[in-house]
Design a protein around this ligand. Sequence first.
Ligand code: FES
Length: 108
Amino acid sequence: MKLVNWHKIVEYTFNSLPEAKPLEVMVGEKRIGLVKKQDKILAYAALCPHAGAPLCDGWLDPLGRLVCPLHKYRFDPANGRNTSGEGYKLYTYQLEIRCEEIWVGLPL
Ligand code: FES
């Protein structure tokens, strides 16, 4: 587990974040993607590792994989794995729910 600085997401709480809809928030100067999936919230880099498209304009497929809107590469938002096989890795962040608040851990 990496050492991180924890940041509270001020725009959403666990209950206000819509289910299965990728959203983008700013944490300091970082663009962070969030998606609620089966009662978990996952955090990842908001820009696609292939060519930088905004993943908040993408969607979750029926298997819960994040689909990039530009070239349709797919990523598992839980671990960043490029499930469509092109060999990219989506950066993911630690996330905790504390009394409905969403906290994201940014590496030190
Ligand atoms: S920019 Fe995301 S798949 Fe190409």
